[in-house]
Design a protein around this ligand. Structure first.
Ligand SMILES: *[C@@H]1O[C@H](CO)[C@@H](O)[C@H](O)[C@H]1NC(C)=O
Ligand SMILES: *[C@@H]1O[C@H](CO)[C@@H](O)[C@H](O)[C@H]1NC(C)=O
Ligand SMILES: *[C@@H]1O[C@H](CO)[C@@H](O)[C@H](O)[C@H]1NC(C)=O
Ligand SMILES: *[C@@H]1O[C@H](CO)[C@@H](O)[C@H](O)[C@H]1NC(C)=O
Ligand SMILES: *[C@@H]1O[C@H](CO)[C@@H](O)[C@H](O)[C@H]1NC(C)=O
Ligand SMILES: *[C@@H]1O[C@H](CO)[C@@H](O)[C@H](O)[C@H]1NC(C)=O
Ligand SMILES: *[C@@H]1O[C@H](CO)[C@@H](O)[C@H](O)[C@H]1NC(C)=O
Ligand SMILES: *[C@@H]1O[C@H](CO)[C@@H](O)[C@H](O)[C@H]1NC(C)=O
Ligand SMILES: *[C@@H]1O[C@H](CO)[C@@H](O)[C@H](O)[C@H]1NC(C)=O
Ligand SMILES: *[C@@H]1O[C@H](CO)[C@@H](O)[C@H](O)[C@H]1NC(C)=O
Ligand SMILES: *[C@@H]1O[C@H](CO)[C@@H](O)[C@H](O)[C@H]1NC(C)=O
Length: 424
């Protein structure tokens, strides 16, 4: 290969690595027949302990991931089937499917990662192989159709944020190729105005259909307030978040040839919400078209019955970026409140997340746990709001005091002058 070509090839390889995750093809076979086929990009946002604290890494399912036929199973007569993809040194992703004769669903997902792998987990103070499992992901489709979801969708799997995108998969396949009929996830349905082929759902979109628009950063101003929610397995709202959001990120802009500070408002009409609710962690994922994904992780301390916003991660991909921005922080302690209550802050709040990312919130009210009858519990207000409530009280009290002083002075004065008259 000539040197120039080698350089070009290297360049392309670098871009492929730097760019968003690549689609991986996986297949489970029994004899000559394929029972599960999955084409997807997956990334895992994993927090681990180091000697000096915690670190967060984003691991992508690499191209080299391969199905382990010995660990995978097609099941018999519609019993559960599963796909195990192994990658790197001792990491594995398992997708388990179940069917009831008319639909199939991803019954659970498990991820195994090996903290001894210092290329992925530099500085980890543990060498454990960790396995996290999650059930009820809401990924299902009618039998003999392909489940399709191009939009990024995230799930909280035992503290790890798993994000899938460009996903096409099928289990209990009638043939060896993906079925032509597709079941399209709601996140994708919201993105195009075209009607879906068949019905399917993954996540709880609260926005109405929107046509695609240029993801050009909206100039600042107060962002519109979005009403986001997450549904649990039984279709009731288990997390509520009403808020206006503004991203403040710094990144290298290719056309401007420098690092710029950019303010971008989220547009609730273009945002899909999804997530998951578990006993002590709740995840809210907001996706604005293909360009922004924000994950909010809330943690409940069961012994104190207090919760807080413990992690925020951001994926942003704007046209002027040289590569997508992935940033976040898993040791936050914002929006603290008590179980059964909501947290409210009408005033603008600045949540510092990472050196290159802070989040400004407006008219915020959230409740990540213990939501009953789709409504917020009693609000616990932030200090700023309480201080602002105090201002009218203080002003009122001061005015009342002044009036009182003037009145007393007047009465005293009147009495004195009255006394004066009498002496004359
Ligand atoms: C698989 O296919 C090959 C050739 O197409 C055939 O020889 C073989 O018998 C098949 N095996 C099974 C289990 O069907
Ligand atoms: C980090 O260490 C703490 C305290 O030992 C432990 O509770 C926690 O599970 C560890 N986190 C991870 C991701 O291993
Ligand atoms: C690793 O670090 C965490 C916190 O930094 C600590 O709680 C934990 O005990 C450490 N684990 C080991 C095996 O040293
Ligand atoms: C975990 O990674 C270490 C270092 O790369 C390797 O020696 C070990 O075999 C791996 N463990 C498993 C279960 O694969
Ligand atoms: C299978 O599950 C779906 C979704 O839960 C349900 O609508 C359908 O009625 C079920 N079908 C059977 C045969 O149980
Ligand atoms: C995953 O789902 C299958 C099928 O529903 C079930 O048999 C299995 O026990 C589940 N595994 C876990 C770890 O939840
Ligand atoms: C799926 O396709 C297979 C083979 O074509 C057929 O036997 C089965 O009845 C179909 N199932 C459904 C639910 O349409
Ligand atoms: C955005 O972040 C930069 C750097 O942290 C800060 O100087 C600036 O004031 C922030 N702007 C807004 C509107 O929050
Ligand atoms: C970008 O800026 C650097 C230094 O600031 C300069 O050397 C370089 O030529 C610029 N590139 C373009 C394409 O303008
Ligand atoms: C819960 O809060 C108590 C008291 O602040 C603290 O000691 C404990 O470590 C917390 N538990 C967790 C799981 O964070
Ligand atoms: C994450 O947030 C904590 C608490 O706000 C802060 O101390 C820490 O510096 C942040 N980490 C990064 C990488 O920005």
């Amino acid at each position: 290969m000539e040197p120039r070509r080698t350089v070009a090839a290297l360049f392309i390889a670098c871009f492929a690595l730097l760019g968003s995750t690549q689609a991986v093809s996986l297949e489970v076979k029994e004899g000559n027949t394929t029972c599960i086929r999955a084409e997807l990009s997956a990334s895992f946002s994993i927090t681990y302990n180091t000697s000096s604290g915690t670190s967060m890494v984003d691991v992508s399912l690499p191209d080299s991931a391969a199905v382990d036929p010995a660990e995978s199973s097609c099941g018999t007569n519609g019993s559960p089937s599963w796909l195990v993809a192994v990658f790197g040194s001792g990491h594995a992703l398992q997708l388990t499917f179940a069917s009831n004769g008319s639909v199939y669903s991803m019954a659970n997902l498990s991820l195994q990662y090996n903290l001894s792998d210092s290329s992925l987990f530099p500085g980890s103070n543990s060498s454990d192989v960790v396995t996290v499992v999650s059930s009820s992901l809401g990924i299902w489709a009618t039998l003999n159709t392909t489940y399709r979801c191009n939009s990024p969708v995230s799930f909280n799997v035992g503290g790890v944020t798993v994000t899938f995108r460009d996903m096409r998969l099928e289990a209990y396949m009638p043939g060896n190729d993906l079925s032509d009929t597709e079941s399209i996830c709601t996140a994708d349905q919201a993105m195009t105005t075209a009607p879906p082929t068949t019905n399917s759902t993954t996540t709880t979109a609260t926005t109405t259909a929107a046509t695609t628009t240029a993801p050009a950063p909206t100039p600042p101003g107060t962002p519109d307030r979005g009403r986001y929610s997450v549904l649990n397995g039984t279709g009731t709202e288990c997390l509520l978040a009403h808020m206006g959001l503004q991203l403040n990120v710094s990144y290298f802009s290719r056309p401007q040839n420098k690092t710029i500070q950019s303010l971008v408002n989220l547009n609730p009409k273009l945002v899909n919400s999804s997530g998951s609710c578990e006993a002590t962690t709740a995840l809210l994922t907001l996706t604005q078209e293909q360009s922004v994904v924000i994950n909010f992780t809330f943690t409940l301390n069961a012994s104190t019955s207090r919760y807080h916003l413990s992690a925020i991660s951001l994926f942003a991909n704007w046209p002027d970026m040289t590569r997508p921005l992935l940033t976040g922080n898993a040791s936050l302690n914002y929006l603290q409140s008590t179980l059964g209550h909501s947290y409210m802050c009408n005033a603008e709040r600045v949540l510092a997340v990472a050196p290159d990312f802070s989040l400004n919130t407006f008219s915020l009210q959230v409740q990540p746990f213990d939501v009953t009858s789709n409504q917020f519990g009693t609000a616990e207000e932030c200090q700023v709001d309480r201080d602002q409530m105090l201002i009218p009280i203080i002003v009122g009290a001061t005015l009342a005091g002044l009036v009182l002083i003037v009145l007393i002075a007047y009465l005293i004065g009147r009495k004195k002058s009255h006394a004066g008259y009498q002496t004359i």
